[in-house]
Design a protein around this ligand. Structure first.
Ligand SMILES: *Cc1c(COP(=O)(O)O)cnc(C)c1O
Length: 380
């Protein structure tokens, strides 16, 4: 693990704290989630639910995840054996990779990628085979030939994150179809990171489609999500894995030796949150979409070439029009120049050249924080 330093988020948040800059670097909301969820957590703590929960997660949360998958995505998962609760999506991803990969197996994943992916693949002794998402036409795409070339006889998994952090890309049904066909052809398992499943904006080209819902894919997909992003409780670290019994039990076997269990009294509270009416999810999305629009206006006015964000908490922007050539240098200087923190996306690429000129801003912040950031960015 020697090549893995401190995560860029820790580094940039420390820089924000030190300089008093507005932190649009790390993607955590600055308001709390639904009151009913917070109350349920407090009630659980005060009613004696403070010991180890069952290894696969408390029954009411597994039932709520099952009902959610059915209601939103039309997918049927048995709460007993096809769903487990994890310490956030991060542990779910690590447990899935460690369970399914032997040393030397290959994992296809789209770069730029969430920073825990490369580390989890390395912990498994597996090899990452990146496919590069490139900025073009104002959004992001990949070359189908490059995707095909990434698959081979050692391919074990495809790790797919849609809606995608850091780009804000939502994979289209056509792209998902290409990935699914290659999974079939190479007998690979799809491990999906769908933590932004409820944050696809109304002007995106396509709605969120779990790859597990494509023909034949349920049997070869571990679908992962978590409460942190959807219910603005990133510190709770409650996630889950849904999938066929054999794959889920393999992940559970690893998970029991990573954390065994976590956050017992918060699990029933997340069950309450998942039962929120459809209006909760719509208002959550619409609120973030307004923040996205406002920040994009501000970034454009400040001189950035803003790329399309169709989902997630994030928008990326090209620094070239501002005379920038290197995102790391640009982000390190930004707090001094105007009192704002952003994150360079090149650190999420193996091929850093593809993202050298692009930086990421988070808009999951209170309106006044976004307005303050916009005012400061005008100094550029
Ligand atoms: C935030 C995030 C995670 C981590 O989720 P936790 O539930 O906090 O572990 C995983 N993947 C992506 C793409 C994220 O943005």
């Amino acid at each position: 693990m020697r090549p893995f330093g401190t995560t860029i988020f820790a580094e940039m948040s420390a820089l924000a704290a030190r300089t008093g800059a507005v932190n649009l670097g790390q993607g955590f909301p600055d308001t709390d989630g639904p009151t009913a969820m917070l109350d349920a957590a407090a009630a659980a703590i005060h009613s004696g639910r403070n010991q180890y929960p069952p290894g696969p997660g408390v029954p009411e949360l597994r039932a709520a995840v099952s009902a959610h998958q059915k209601a939103f995505w039309g997918l049927d998962y048995d709460p007993d054996g096809e769903i487990i609760v994890t310490a956030g999506a991060t542990e779910a991803i690590a447990a899935s990779i460690l369970a399914l990969c032997e040393a030397g197996d290959e994992v296809v994943c789209f770069e730029p990628y969430y920073d825990s992916y490369a580390a989890s693949i390395a912990l498994a002794g597996a090899v990452r085979r990146p496919v590069t998402l490139r900025a073009h036409d104002g959004g992001y795409g990949f070359d189908p030939a490059e995707l095909r070339a990434a698959f081979g006889p050692r391919t074990r998994l495809v790790l797919l994150n849609s809606p995608h952090n850091p780009t804000g890309k939502v994979f289209t049904p056509n792209e998902l179809g290409q990935i699914a066909a290659l999974c079939e052809e190479f007998d690979a398992v799809a491990v999906t990171d769908e933590v932004y499943e409820h944050l696809v904006f109304t002007d995106a080209d396509a709605p969120h489609v779990p790859i597990a819902s494509l023909p034949g894919m349920r049997a070869r997909t571990l679908q992962i999500s978590s409460a942190g992003k959807t219910f603005s409780c990133t510190g709770w670290k409650i996630g889950w894995i849904c999938g066929p019994r054999d794959l889920v039990s393999a992940a559970l076997r690893v998970k029991q030796f990573l954390t065994f269990v976590n956050a017992g009294p918060l699990q029933p509270a997340v069950a309450v949150a998942l039962d929120s009416p459809p209006s909760y999810y719509e208002q959550f999305r619409d609120g973030l979409q307004r923040k996205r629009d406002r920040l994009c206006e501000g970034l454009t006015a400040a001189g950035f070439a803003v790329l399309r964000s169709e989902g997630t908490y994030f928008v990326t922007a090209d620094i070239t029009p501002l005379g920038g050539t290197d995102g790391v240098d640009f982000c390190l200087a930004l707090p001094e120049r105007c009192g704002v923190v952003a994150v360079p996306t090149q650190v999420f690429y193996d091929d850093a050249s593809a993202g050298r000129h692009i930086v990421r801003f988070a808009f999951c912040k209170r309106d006044e924080v976004i307005e303050e950031a916009i005012t400061r960015l005008r100094r550029l």
